[in-house]
Structures are given as structure tokens and as C-alpha cells.
Ligand binder design. Structure first.
Ligand code: IMP
Length: 426
């Protein structure tokens, strides 16, 4: 491996953390390139469970360098807390192991206040955001009014930009969103303290990555969220505010477009989504509840129950195309034990038309009726299986059909949360 990107194929929560953690064994550097602390990666190492939101999952592998790239939006308070929690557990004891881009944009308290207030005002039409201020922070970046880490570290620049922004945001918060105004002094003082905590890690990460890649270091890019949450290619407007597809690596970390050689999609053996928006294969009854319970489908960031349903091959095939996947790691196959029959969606029908792609219109996708094919299930627990040939015949058949429909070779299959509960293929 030289440069690999790992992306979510569905609506996030595919279990990327586990595979990034595994793939990080063969990497020298692990990089995040988009999103913020809306992500939540649950890692289980031995009996220890760690949830990370901002720092790349590779951090639990000693000696790896973790990079937070320019495409990430950073809430310094969260970063400082995460650093402290990791250090308390004996990780990240060397400052040189974490590098944060000086060009990354900050999430400020007004971003969070705006995110929450807008959701409240949207009522039933809410997006179901994580409420972390992600959207408003990216809005400011694109509007060219954002504050970057490099600005935070320059006292005079930070003061001036914060003062100007707070004045404007307070007017918006009060007049349009019916919220309280925020206090400049409190935010200024808290962020100035955070600045000193993160200063040792801040650098030109694009240059750092360029040099390391030139020197032959192995780099793993860790995507957050999932392809269907991508702001361009996802189920807009029920998406996050960044590009989550593999192509975002170049812009979000400052490397050349041709550098990435391997693109691994992480894909659940069924489908889940948190937040609102169309979900054609959603199961609202007993099957959905069963997947939620058995799969422990509750958000790592917000604790919200995830919506659950059958595997959607239309969506996965589309994600394979959009990301240029070279392989798929299938997760949570063990959760399907005991379900019989299993269903796989191969196309949708809406407005009298048959779709083998995800339509851009949310009206159509919302009305889409899945075409299913059924396969027989199995009853054996899978968590002890380490070789494909040891899977029950019906599980092998199910995996083979998913692989065929996805049009992408499967490289790994996860049969449990632990690192070792994995079947490595090929
Ligand atoms: P935001 O990213 O907080 O603005 O939320 C926008 C949408 O993306 C909502 O539906 C969230 O539930 C969803 N979302 C954001 N981050 C994640 C994630 O890491 N996993 C799954 N869904 C996410």
C-alpha cells in the first residue's frame, strides 16, 4: 500500500473505524480530509471501547502520525477534550504524532447555535443534523468569512475576525432565529486558551504530506460520513455539508489528484441511516427493530437510534462508481444471522419508471418502491469464522450476490466488532 482512501458507501456508520484501524497497521500516516466531529468512530481494541470524533482512528496504533487536513472543520474545544482523553489512556504521548492543518476552518459557538436553531425552526422538515455546527461552519468557509486555525493562532487577526463575525451572527441569531446573542468575551477567552493547547500540532499539512508521499511513506486517508451524505452526490438536502466521496481527498488534504491508488468502500451487509431523508429499503416494523437491536444501531455521536433496512444494491453500485472503488470491505454480516429470507434491493420503481440508479429528485426517491430478490438466510453465529469457506453456505451465497451486484471485489468481511473478527479475502 502507498496511498489508500477509505470511504463510507452508504449513509455513514458503516463501521469505517474498525477497518481504518486495521488498515492503519500497514500505514505510516492516517489523514482525515473532510467533515468534523459529526463523525463518530467506535473502536474496540481488546476490551476497551473508544469513540473518536475528530482525531483519525489510526491514533490507537502506536507510532502512526495522524493528520487533520485542511478540509476538516475543527471545534477546538472538542479537539482539546479528545486529546486529553486519549492521553489519559496512554495514546498520543508524543506531540509529533498529531498534525493539524493551519488552513482548516474553525467551528465556533455561533455555528452550533445557528445549526440547532435552524433545525428547531424547520420543525418536521428538519434535516436531522448532528447539531455540531458543521453546516454553518462550511457555509462561512465558502462565503469567505470563516476563521481558520492560522487565524486563531494570531491574536490580533483572531480578535478582529471574531469581533466582526459575532456582530453579524448575533444580529442573525436574534432577528431571524429568535435566539440569544452570544458573548464575544467568553468565546474569545475560551478560544485563546484552546489556541495555546493546539499550537504545537499546527503546521502546513499539505506540504508535510507531499514530502512524506515523495519519500515513499504509506498514507491512509480516512473518510467520514458516507457517499449518500455527500453534498453533491448524496440525497440532497438530507446530506452533510462536505464532499464525502474519495475525490475529496485531493482538495481536503492538498495532495495531487492522481496520488491515491486504492479506494476501499466500507459497506454494511444491510442499510442504515440517521437523520431524515428518503430511505427506500427502510424496514419500519419488526425487521428494522431486530436489525437495530442485534446490530447495536445507535449513533456514536448523538446516540440516536438508526433507521434500518435491507441491503440496497442500487445505492452501493452508484457509490462504487462515484468513488471509483477498487474494493469493498463488508461489515456486520454476523448481524443477519437468524433472518430468513434475506432481501436485496436491485432496482426501484417510481412514477411508472424503473430506476437502476439513485434518482436526483427526492420526491422520486421518497416514492421509490424497491424491487427485491430473496435469498435464504442462515442460523449459525458467524463471529468465530475467519475464512470464507467456513461461512455457512447461505452466507457465502449472500455475500457472493452482494459482490456481484456491487460490481466491486470484496476484500474483507467483518463478522464482529473486534479487530480479529474479520475474514480477509484475496
Ligand atoms: P450534519 O453533518 O451534522 O450537518 O448532519 C447532516 C446529516 O448527516 C444528518 O442526517 C446526520 O445524521 C448525518 N451525519 C453526519 N455525520 C454523520 C456520521 O458520521 N454518520 C452518519 N450520519 C451522519
Amino acid at each position: 500500500m502507498s496511498t489508500t482512501v477509505v470511504v463510507g458507501v452508504q449513509w455513514g456508520d458503516e463501521g469505517k473505524g474498525k477497518f481504518v484501524d486495521i488498515l492503519a497497521h500497514d500505514a505510516d500516516i492516517v489523514v482525515r480530509f473532510q467533515g468534523g466531529h459529526n463523525a463518530g468512530h467506535t473502536l474496540v481494541v481488546g476490551d476497551e471501547r473508544t469513540v473518536l470524533h475528530l482525531i483519525p482512528s489510526g491514533v490507537l496504533n502506536p507510532g502512526k502520525i495522524c493528520v487533520i487536513g485542511n478540509g476538516v472543520v475543527v471545534d477546538p474545544a472538542v479537539l482539546v477534550d479528545e486529546l486529553a482523553a486519549l492521553r489519559a489512556r496512554g495514546y498520543l504521548t508524543d506531540d509529533g504524532c498529531l498534525k493539524i492543518s493551519d488552513e482548516a476552518h474553525l467551528i465556533l459557538p455561533y455555528h452550533k447555535a445557528i445549526d440547532l436553531a435552524r433545525e428547531r425552526l424547520r420543525g418536521r422538515g428538519e434535516i436531522g443534523t448532528t447539531g455540531r455546527g458543521i453546516g454553518p461552519a462550511y457555509e462561512d468557509k465558502v462565503a469567505r468569512t470563516g476563521i481558520r486555525i492560522v487565524d486563531l493562532l494570531d491574536e490580533a487577526v483572531f480578535e478582529e475576525k471574531l469581533e466582526r463575525n459575532i456582530r453579524e451572527k448575533n444580529q442573525y441569531l436574534k432577528a431571524i432565529l429568535q435566539e440569544e446573542a452570544l458573548d464575544f468575551g467568553a468565546i474569545h477567552d475560551a478560544f485563546s486558551a484552546h489556541a495555546e493547547r493546539i499550537r504545537p500540532y499546527v503546521t502546513d499539512t499539505a506540504l508535510y504530506l507531499h514530502r512524506e508521499i515523495e519519500a515513499g511513506r504509506r498514507v491512509l486517508f480516512e473518510g467520514a460520513q458516507g457517499t449518500m451524505l455527500d453534498v453533491d452526490h448524496g440525497t440532497y438536502p438530507y446530506v452533510t455539508s462536505s464532499n464525502c466521496v474519495a475525490g475529496a481527498v485531493a482538495a481536503g488534504s492538498g495532495i495531487g489528484a492522481g496520488v491515491v491508488k486504492r479506494v476501499i468502500g466500507i459497506c454494511k451487509a444491510y442499510t442504515t441511516r440517521v437523520g431524515n431523508g428518503p430511505f427506500p429499503t427502510e424496514e419500519l416494523g419488526e425487521i428494522g427493530a431486530r436489525l437495530r437491536e442485534t446490530g447495536d444501531e445507535f449513533g456514536a455521536t448523538t446516540g440516536r437510534p438508526r433507521r434500518c433496512g435491507w441491503f440496497d444494491a442500487v445505492l452501493v453500485r452508484q457509490a462504487a462508481r462515484l468513488n471509483g472503488l477498487t474494493g469493498i470491505a463488508l461489515t456486520k454480516l454476523d448481524v443477519l444471522t437468524g433472518l430468513d429470507p434475506l432481501r436485496i434491493c436491485t432496482a426501484y420503481r417510481a412514477d411508472g419508471e424503473r430506476f437502476e440508479r439513485v434518482p436526483a429528485s427526492m420526491r422520486l426517491l421518497g416514492a421509490a418502491v424497491p424491487e427485491y430478490e430473496e435469498l435464504p438466510g442462515w442460523t449459525e453465529p458467524l463471529s468465530g469464522v475467519r475464512r470464507l469457506e467456513d461461512l455457512p453456505a447461505n452466507a457465502r451465497r449472500y455475500v457472493a450476490r452482494l459482490e456481484e451486484l456491487s460490481g466491486t471485489p470484496f476484500t474483507m468481511i467483518s463478522v464482529g466488532a473486534r479487530r480479529e473478527e474479520t475474514i480477509v479475502l484475496g
